[in-house]
Design a protein around this ligand. Structure first.
Ligand code: HEC
Length: 277
């Protein structure tokens, strides 16, 4: 881990120096990130949120969406041994969140809503106010929640497909039956205890998120292997037939996009400085 951190920070520092040297006006040059530089926790949140958005989109569209077209099933009861199905996207995220909890990184994740299917996903306290603001402004919300002593970030979760709307409207436990396309159905919500973080904290959070995602994906692959008619697990995707990508293939597709996004967020000049209270 230490070694990996060293290599990643060295890479970031080298890239940043080149970037700042080549593109920045004079005064920015002195702001290059050194080991020990503190970032506002919002940078950590933006990085893990971008990583999660890519993993969620890949799983939702390439595995669930295209998988259904070739006969794969996804269900709320996916853990039931007699049901040959994988986890719905919200339940995949819940697996990822449980795996992060088991890691030493103090990062919390849940998909909340004001009208949830699962009552455990319902926002409470200050989160309700902040979620209303997020819905009005359609932008992420960052705040400190004194009741839980955590810094919190909420990112809108939109009804991007007809499937989101119809499944939630028809679900017997749903507290709202008139969801429409493009509604903000909830918010991916992240919790962290510290106001500022080091580059090492950010790298550790990304690493914990990626490991958690891989463990969740491997659990799904194990479930696939137990199906009466198991899909072939290979370097192929459901788009190509009755296949499920092996973890290496899935991870490569995810990491390629996620690494670029993460680097872009870390290099965004506006986030270099810790904003005053
Ligand atoms: C086939 C049904 C189905 C589809 C499709 C579906 N969901 Fe859900 N969704 C669920 C279920 C079931 C839960 C509750 C999971 C749990 O127990 O945490 C859930 C949970 C959620 C939550 C957390 C709050 C809550 O309702 O418990 C959000 C937000 C959410 N889904 C948004 C979406 C979005 C956005 C899409 C489309 C990209 C989508 N869902 C697609 C069934 C579905």
């Amino acid at each position: 881990m230490k070694n990996k951190f060293f290599i990643i920070s060295a890479l970031i520092i080298i890239t940043l120096s080149i970037y700042l040297f080549r593109t920045a006006p004079e005064p920015l040059v002195d702001k290059s990130i050194k080991v020990g530089t503190q970032f506002p926790v919002s940078v950590l949140f933006k990085v893990v949120a971008a990583e999660n958005a890519i993993a969620r989109a890949l799983y939702t569209s390439e595995i669930v969406g295209k998988g259904k077209k070739v006969g794969l099933e996804f269900s709320e009861q996916w853990k039931n041994k007699i049901i040959d199905a994988g986890p719905l996207p919200a339940l995949f995220l819940r697996e990822v969140s449980k795996n992060i909890e088991k890691s030493p990184v103090p990062l919390g994740l849940f998909l909340g809503s004001d009208f949830p299917i699962a009552s455990t996903n319902k926002f409470s306290g200050q989160q309700i106010e902040e979620f209303n603001r997020l819905k009005a402004q359609l932008s992420p919300s960052f705040f400190y929640s004194a009741d839980i002593n955590r810094y919190v970030a909420m990112f809108p979760d939109y009804a991007v497909a007809e499937g989101c709307v119809s499944c939630h409207n028809e679900h017997s436990d749903s507290q709202k039956k008139d969801w429409k396309l493009d509604d903000v159905m909830g918010a991916t919500t992240w919790l962290y205890p510290d106001k500022t973080v080091s580059l090492e904290d950010i790298v550790n959070a990304v690493s914990a998120f990626r490991t958690a995602t891989l463990i969740a994906y491997n659990k799904y692959l194990d479930k696939c292997r137990s199906f009466k008619n198991p899909p072939e697990i290979a370097d192929k995707w459901p788009e190509q037939g009755y296949f499920i990508p092996d973890s290496k293939t899935f991870f490569a597709a995810y990491a390629k996009e996620a690494s670029l996004q993460t680097m872009n967020i870390l290099l965004a000049p506006a986030d270099f400085e810790i904003r005053p209270e």
